[in-house]
Design a protein around this ligand. Structure first.
Ligand code: HEM
Length: 399
């Protein structure tokens, strides 16, 4: 595996602290800051050492803005003319290439329309039916006889990347190196050189795959992207590479974290676990509630395209804006008992998948089922910008 990218092997878990941080509970600070004001201008103190959300800023730039309130976050995401996504070009654009995440209208819509067809229900049906279950069952087979496992290491960490590899139609023998590149790109903040090398390696790898799919189209996403056409427009090769690179952090990191947090929530609440176990039709609301309660990504970014004002706070053109979707999802003005995981709550609207034109493209794909056993040691969720449990040890009756 190491030979693929010329780097020494590494344990992906060595990255955990660097990527996510180790904050156990940022929510008291989120509540405190939101109560002070739903929108803050200038540096903010989240009261933890590891986090880097607008805690320092370049004095030559306009003061950054941090938004904690639900309605205020939605207001920003609705107004994509005032609040641009170009802010993502700085770091993510360098490692992934120009993706829809950093584009504004009308360019964003033109490209998103070209890729979106592959994520619509008809296409998803073929993936959901025989793909997710097969991958998860394979992984469960790996430990089912043992009587104990760590669900993060054996299931949640592995399955999203395998699902994406299958969606892309990659051969099984390529999974290990694909998973490695995915992790290296996802953890680019922890090791810039390694992330950039993985980005280049993936481009070369996808170039070969695309050539093959042009000659022999198949029933997979890369064949769809090569064929995609709206109003006579096709995606360029560079647009396809960038989109595929975006799918890794967007689809792997988030889904593994959300599945882990869902298992965590259910393992800690026997009554809700039993309710879901008995009635699988509750699954959509159980999953939606975890994306509200512990969104795997707690902050997304925008940049003010012009001078404006939000909740009475002046924002200068060019200011970077951190939208604390983790705080917004627990806004006491909107939710009763916001810190409780409650799949039966009536207020289910949330911004864990974002909102507006950039709302998560993969959210339908992300809504998947996993199975758990309730006899676990008490684990915990941690991280600041990215949050999830890093271990879920369980014991169960071996079959
Ligand atoms: C629980 C799992 C997931 C969560 C919580 C999540 C969250 C988000 C959020 C908050 C955004 C908006 C970013 C912004 O506006 O700045 C987003 C965008 C996006 N997500 Fe997800 N995501 C998840 C799973 C996935 C999956 C499985 C895929 C694909 C395989 C995916 C692909 C994308 C793409 C392509 C975008 C960019 C859309 C655009 O800019 O128009 N996501 N996601």
């Amino acid at each position: 595996m190491a030979a693929d990218s010329g780097l020494v092997p590494f344990d992906p878990f060595e990255l955990k602290d660097v990527v996510g941080g180790t904050v156990r509970d940022p929510y008291p600070q989120f509540h405190r800051l939101l109560r002070e004001s739903p929108v803050h201008c200038g540096e903010i103190d989240l009261g933890a050492d590891e986090e880097h959300v607008n805690d320092t800023w370049d004095p030559d730039k306009p003061p950054p803005v941090t938004v904690f309130g639900f309605d205020e976050v939605v207001q920003v995401l609705k107004d994509d003319e005032t609040y641009s996504s170009c802010v993502y070009a700085d770091v993510m654009g360098t490692v992934m290439g120009r993706t829809i995440l950093q584009m504004d209208e009308p360019e964003h819509k033109a490209i998103r329309d070209l890729v979106a067809s592959s994520f619509r229900s008809k296409m998803l049906a073929r993936w959901e039916e025989d793909l997710v279950a097969v991958v998860v069952n394979d992984l469960i087979d790996g430990f089912v006889a043992d009587g104990h496992t760590d669900l993060v290491r054996t299931v949640t960490f592995n399955f999203p990347v395998q699902v994406i590899a299958r969606i892309l139609g990659l051969p099984r023998s390529d999974y290990p190196r694909f998973q490695r590149w995915a992790l290296e790109i996802t953890s680019v903040a922890a090791n810039w050189e390694r992330g950039m090398a993985a980005s280049a390696a993936l481009r070369d790898y996808f170039a070969d795959v695309m050539e093959d799919r042009r000659a022999h189209p198949g029933d997979d996403l890369i064949s769809d992207l090569v064929r995609a056409e709206v109003d006579g427009e096709h995606l360029t090769d560079e647009e396809i590479y960038s989109f595929l690179r975006l799918l890794l952090p967007a689809g792997v990191e988030t889904t593994y974290r959300a599945s882990g947090s869902l298992l965590f929530a259910l393992l800690n609440d026997r009554a809700q676990f039993d309710a879901l176990y008995k009635d699988r039709s509750l699954y959509p609301q159980a999953f939606e509630e975890v994306v509200r309660w512990e969104p795997p990504v707690t902050v997304i970014l925008r940049r003010a395209a012009r001078d404006t004002e939000l909740a009475g706070v002046k924002i200068d053109a060019g200011a970077d804006i951190a939208l604390m979707i983790g705080a917004a999802n627990r806004d006491e003005r909107k939710y009763t008992d916001p810190d409780r995981y409650d799949m039966f709550r009536t207020q289910r609207q949330h911004v864990g998948f974002g909102f507006g034109v950039h709302v998560c493209l993969g959210m339908h794909l992300a809504r998947m089922e996993s199975r758990v056993d309730p006899e676990a040691e008490p684990p915990h969720i941690e991280g600041m910008a990215f949050r999830s449990p890093l271990s879920l040890p369980v014991v169960f009756q071996a079959s």
